[in-house]
Design a binder for this molecule. Structure first.
Ligand SMILES: Nc1nc2c(c(=O)[nH]1)N[C@H]1C(S)=C(S)[C@@H](COP(=O)(O)OP(=O)(O)OC[C@H]3O[C@@H](n4cnc5c(=O)[nH]c(N)nc54)[C@H](O)[C@@H]3O)O[C@H]1N2
Ligand SMILES: Nc1nc2c(c(=O)[nH]1)N[C@H]1C(S)=C(S)[C@@H](COP(=O)(O)OP(=O)(O)OC[C@H]3O[C@@H](n4cnc5c(=O)[nH]c(N)nc54)[C@H](O)[C@@H]3O)O[C@H]1N2
Ligand code: SF4
Ligand SMILES: [Mo]
Length: 757
């Protein structure tokens, strides 16, 4: 074979009149948590096509536009084929991975010797999910150096989910199955696009269609007529940020009508009287006025949720609702509403999400009591924040880097995340990253964060690594309404070799390489190593590492799956994935079980009283900032990943600010014009786009776009950074540090000229 590169090989094959060599084999797309089983076509060593796999029993041929773009993502001309080191003049030059590990290990050792282990922090972003060994090894490395400063994207996402579970307790029988339920309620989530929660992400569109045909009534609460809302039986389109008000109102209605499950509450739940008292002031009139929804719709939605059909469903919330300041309380009220109506799997019913690659467990029709969720462990030096059951407060990490003194963070290791694009307060993040002694990021391209790093480690991606579905299976431990709703598992070997001539490593090998050089003992506990989902029904697996660099990813996966319910060898036999015949049924409660769920948590109910006491009319009549900016996910991109590839979005590389056409006219603007979006913190330029699905007083943007703060004038090339508008230390959650990333008060005006900032 003449060619030295894959492309060369194709050329020479054609020259010789040979057919290109093509294979089609199963793969797993792990861009999002759905983990679709796909068919990958490799032609002469290059990934050329990704399509649905009709032989996959779970997905039956389903993929989305992002999964089908995996060939473009792999063969992206911006893809890093070797690691990069920043030069004194700010440019980057390639560096071998071994050499990079030598230099980074030496630098870390110096920092730890001079300033202690707390001076080294790690941040795990969303691209930890495709590579379960990476998160484990990264976390093991942090344990190895004894630094508590392990952060994940979870605390700038929906940390309230784990905080609420800690306050409420868990139902050990697990979730009701969406595919059997007669009603379901979704609050500020759009699973038809995000595949994240509520409607199972494994082909959600088909799942919803089947449910509606079966007669399910879907209730959606969203200020935007989202793709999901458009298919709901009832769509409540409130002011943003009023979800707590609406849920409290619904609970009040349900209790008033005695639609709650008295037998379930008697047997399993404390705090009913306290909850009833706390919601009593949220009358239908008050809620309708405050949230700006028709009173009748509110009553009808509550009735439908509580009484419709026989197999009734749950309530799940998403990012839209969580970002509006009361995320913990919001999630707590979702759990309270679910519990109040007894919406959990009961004894004798099927286990909705049995483990397959994770250890078997016995689901029981009984509570696990509430536990300590926050206020313990490592103390941050700012805003009184601490470690929590949702992990360390990521919104405070920039402050920990900037704040001088004992404990200051001086080195940051990023795995598959993009602080400059996705963290709140982009300018502060910029200052923080700039001031570090060492910034290392593992990324497939020169992301905004990579452009500030001392070292950018270039990893193998998606189809170049072995894959399994454990990541999708385990997210159910983070919150209800997620995970795989069947005993499904898939394992696939690597589908395609890394590009010829590249020098790429798997991320876990990087951390093992550092550990070896630093002579650390590594050990694993748990699956994602912290940062959410600390609660497991089964004992965590502890794996021993011997520092052996010859370990392969396959062997590591085997160790991770050593106690799996279905042995890895068995899973491996079924290339197209398999729904295993697991006969898992919820057991009766233990005779000696005295545990109870708590729907009257004093901290949460005090926060609710605080919401009721707010002067909502004054907050609404803000003449400076008349509009409210809300988040929404992009159909074609997973956060910032791939946003530099305009081809993935039909040539449109930016994120517009969406506005109702009537508001566009009222403000004297037109679709396509340039505007300035201003919050009380900062302002950004953006392209305006009409969108009739929004309320007239709301605008929406996709996050994680945009360039450096100094690159505003190129915003039509790379979009607009929403995090710039978000301060971390004004409105923030006192437990998780999550700032207001939704329902942001803004004004919007035409922008004729952009002056550099
Ligand atoms: N204003 C505002 N802020 C938000 C949000 C919002 O809606 N609004 N959403 C929040 C949420 S929910 C989240 S989860 C966070 C996300 O925060 P992050 O996880 O920090 O951000 P991402 O953009 O997902 O970062 C992904 C990075 O992984 C890189 N990458 C792509 N493929 C690979 C790969 O195969 N391997 C490796 N190593 N890297 C890869 C990409 O180039 C990119 O740099 O942002 C939060 N911030
Ligand atoms: N295609 C795609 N899929 C993704 C991602 C992506 O970037 N692209 N990101 C992934 C990540 S990291 C996450 S965390 C999940 C998030 O998954 P979701 O939480 O489902 O995120 P969205 O799809 O943005 O849906 C949020 C909805 O909330 C609505 N909303 C905004 N503000 C409010 C409010 O105040 N109240 C209410 N009730 N609704 C509100 C918005 O209009 C929007 O329809 O998606 C994941 N999946
Ligand atoms: S839904 Fe998620 S996992 Fe499935 S193809 Fe799309 S991005 Fe990949
Ligand atoms: Mo997220």
């Amino acid at each position: 074979m003449a060619g030295t590169t894959a492309t060369g090989a194709i050329v020479s094959a054609r020259k010789c009149g040979l057919m290109p060599h093509t294979t089609v084999q199963p793969g797993i797309c792990r861009i999002c948590s759905a983990h679709c089983g796909v068919l990958a076509t490799v032609t002469d060593g290059r990934l050329t096509k990704v399509a649905g796999d009709p032989d996959n029993p779970m997905f039956r041929g389903y993929t989305c536009v992002k999964g089908r773009a995996l060939p473009e993502i792999h063969n992206n001309p911006l893809r890093l084929l070797r690691s990069q080191k920043r030069q004194p003049d700010g440019s980057y030059a390639g560096i071998g991975s071994q050499r990079a590990m030598d230099e980074i290990a030496a630098k870390l050792q110096d920092l730890i010797a001079a300033h202690g282990p707390r001076s080294v922090a790690m941040y795990l972003g969303t691209n930890g999910l495709p590579y379960p060994a990476s998160a484990l090894m990264g976390n093991a490395f942090m344990r190895g150096i004894e630094s508590p400063m392990f952060f994940t994207a979870n605390t700038i996402d929906q940390p309230g989910k784990q905080i609420a579970l800690a306050a409420h307790g868990h139902w050990l029988g697990g979730d009701v199955d969406f595919h059997e339920a007669d009603s379901w309620m979704l609050v500020g989530t759009n699973p038809l696009v995000s595949k994240a929660i509520g409607i199972p992400g494994q082909n959600p569109s088909q799942g919803l269609r089947a449910a509606i045909e079966r007669g399910m009534k879907l209730i959606v609460i969203d200020p935007r007529r989202s793709q999901t809302a458009a298919r709901a039986a009832i769509h409540l389109q409130p002011r943003p940020g009023e979800d707590v008000t609406i849920l409290a109102g619904m609970i009040n209605i349900i209790i008033g009508e005695q639609w709650h499950d008295i037998a379930f509450l008697d047997e399993n739940v404390d705090g009913f009287q306290d909850l009833a008292r706390a919601v009593s002031a949220f009358t239908p009139d008050y809620v309708a006025e405050r949230a700006d929804i028709p009173r009748d719709q509110l009553l009808y939605a509550a009735e439908l949720f509580a009484t419709y059909g026989t197999r009734r469903g749950m309530v799940n919330a998403g990012t839209g609702a969580n970002f509006s300041m009361h995320g913990n309380l919001l999630e707590y009220l979702c759990l309270c509403l679910t519990t109040l109506c007894g919406r959990w799997q009961r004894a004798g019913e099927r286990v909705t999400r049995p483990n397959t690659l994770m250890p078997a467990f016995t689901a029981k029709a009984q509570p696990h009591p509430p536990y300590e969720g926050w206020g313990y462990g490592e103390q941050l030096r700012v805003r009184g924040l601490t470690d929590t059951v949702a992990g360390m407060p990521t919104a405070a990490l920039a402050d920990e880097i900037l704040l001088e003194g004992d404990g200051q963070v001086r080195a940051l290791l990023c795995i598959g995340g993009n602080p400059m694009a996705a963290w709140p307060d982009q300018r502060k993040t910029h200052r923080a990253l700039e001031s570090l002694d060492l910034l290392v990021t593992l990324d497939t391209e020169m992301s905004l964060t990579a452009r500030m790093a001392d070292y950018v480690i270039a990893p193998m991606m998606q189809m170049e690594t072995p894959a399994m579905t454990m990541g999708s299976e385990l997210i159910k431990y983070y919150t209800s309404g997620t995970g795989i709703p069947a005993a499904y598992a898939q394992y696939v070997p690597r589908v395609v070799d890394p590009p010829q001539g590249s020098d790429l490593i798997e991320e876990w090998q990087f951390f093992l390489g550092l550990a070896k050089r630093m002579e650390l003992e590594l050990w694993f506990v748990n699956f994602f190593g912290g940062g959410g989902g600390k609660f497991m029904e089964s004992a965590p697996i502890v794996l021993q590492m011997n520092g052996d660099t010859d370990l392969s990813t396959e062997e590591l996966f085997e160790q991770m799956c050593a106690t799996s319910r279905i042995p890895m060898d068995e899973v491996r036999k079924h290339q197209h994935g398999r729904i295993f015949d697991v006969d898992a049924v919820v057991a009766e409660r233990d005779a000696d079980c005295t545990a109870r769920l708590d729907i009257g948590n004093p901290y949460m109910l005090a926060e609710l009283a605080g919401v009721r006491a707010e002067d909502f009319a004054a907050a609404r009549d803000d003449s400076t900032y008349r509009l409210r900016l809300i988040p929404r996910r992009h159909q074609n991109f997973m956060n910032s990943s791939g946003t530099a590839l305009a081809a993935l979005n039909r040539g449109k590389p930016y994120n517009p600010v969406y506005m109702h056409p009537d508001t566009v006219i009222e403000l004297g603007l037109e679709s396509g014009c340039t505007v300035r979006v201003t919050s009380n913190h900062d302002s950004v330029p953006a392209v305006l786009e009409s969108d009739a699905t929004l309320r007239r007083d709301v605008v929406a943007m996709h996050h994680a776009f945009g360039g450096m703060p100094s690159e505003d004038s190129d915003f039509r090339e790379h979009g607009t950074n929403v995090g710039r508008l978000v301060p971390t230390d004004v409105d923030y959650d006192p437990i998780t540090g999550l700032p207001r990333q939704g329902n942001i008060a803004v004004n919007i005006a035409r922008l004729d000229r952009i002056s550099p900032t």
